[in-house]
Ligand binder design. Structure first.
Ligand SMILES: Nc1ncnc2c1ncn2[C@@H]1O[C@H](COP(=O)(O)OP(=O)(O)O)[C@@H](O)[C@H]1O
Ligand SMILES: [Mg+2]
Length: 244
């Protein structure tokens, strides 16, 4: 990717696979936001192509049901003039679903982010953390194949971070993929199993090694039998190649 004559990064190729959880890290200004916007289709790379690959009948069927495939969650929540409820239900306006089911989805999302009692409030009265939770709820109801979260925890209080972690984990359990950018590790990045590091104008990919203690292992063995089965039918992958 180049801005005027300046080469920001050169990434020969990269792929987001089904159910990937990727921590995109790098110092300020290396191009994390730019890469996410390219992946979301909001920015055109100066050279190279983005190839969404959607395999499988089930996946296409799901798309037809209003599934939005790639969602970019902006660093500071981008909400429109309206109530909390209106902002979340907005994403469902093209979905072929009756009003009652839409309402149930929105209320479930608001409950997950702890904002159901504020459903009828205008978004202007919310704190920054609450606005970010509304944006996350709006993304969650759409059940994207890929959710791109740009510095989601930068200015959030502990409760908001934990609510975002719950939603991101739920999407992962459903088979979605997530990419989380942050210049430092936090509770959201601990969900990630893979790391992309933008450094020296390129991207280095590596597995993310987690430090876990014994009690976590015992707990996870118990949880495994109760966790929802990840949607292994999902065949969507996302690939980007660049010659720049
Ligand atoms: N539209 C643009 N035109 C020119 N330069 C840009 C543009 N967008 C971003 N940049 C520059 O690209 C660099 C990387 O920005 P960004 O992707 O926001 O980095 P990060 O998210 O890693 O902090 C910055 O130096 C920024 O000024
Ligand atoms: Mg950024």
């Amino acid at each position: 990717m180049r801005f005027n004559t300046r080469v920001l990064f050169h990434i020969p190729d990269l792929t987001i696979g089904p159910n990937d959880a990727i921590y995109l890290k790098g110092a300020n200004g290396v191009g994390k936001t730019t890469l996410l916007k390219i992946l979301a289709g909001l920015l055109k790379p100066s050279s190279g192509v983005i190839t969404p690959k959607h395999g499988g009948f089930l996946n296409r069927l799901w798309s037809g049901a209003g599934r939005k495939d790639v969602i970019y969650l902006h660093q500071s929540a981008y909400l429109f003039d309206g109530t909390v409820y209106q902002n979340v239900v907005y994403g469902l306006k093209h979905r072929r679903q009756n009003a009652h089911d839409k309402r149930a989805d929105v209320i479930a999302a608001l409950r997950l982010v702890g904002l159901e009692t504020l459903a009828d409030e205008h978004v202007s009265v919310l704190s920054g953390g609450e606005k970010q939770r509304v944006a996350m709820a709006r993304a969650w109801v759409l059940k994207p194949s890929i959710l791109l979260m740009d510095e989601p925890s930068a200015s959030l209080d502990q409760e908001s971070i934990e609510r975002l972690v719950t939603m991101a984990q739920d999407l992962l359990d459903l088979g979605s993929s997530i990419v989380v950018t942050s210049h430092q590790a936090n509770k959201l990045t601990t969900l990630c199993r893979k790391q992309w590091w933008i450094k020296d104008c390129t991207l280095i990919e590596s597995p993310l090694l987690q430090v876990i203690d014994k009690s976590d292992i015992n707990q996870s063995t118990i949880n495994q039998s109760t966790t929802k089965q990840a949607n292994t039918n999902q065949e969507s992958t996302y690939a980007a190649t660049s010659a720049d």
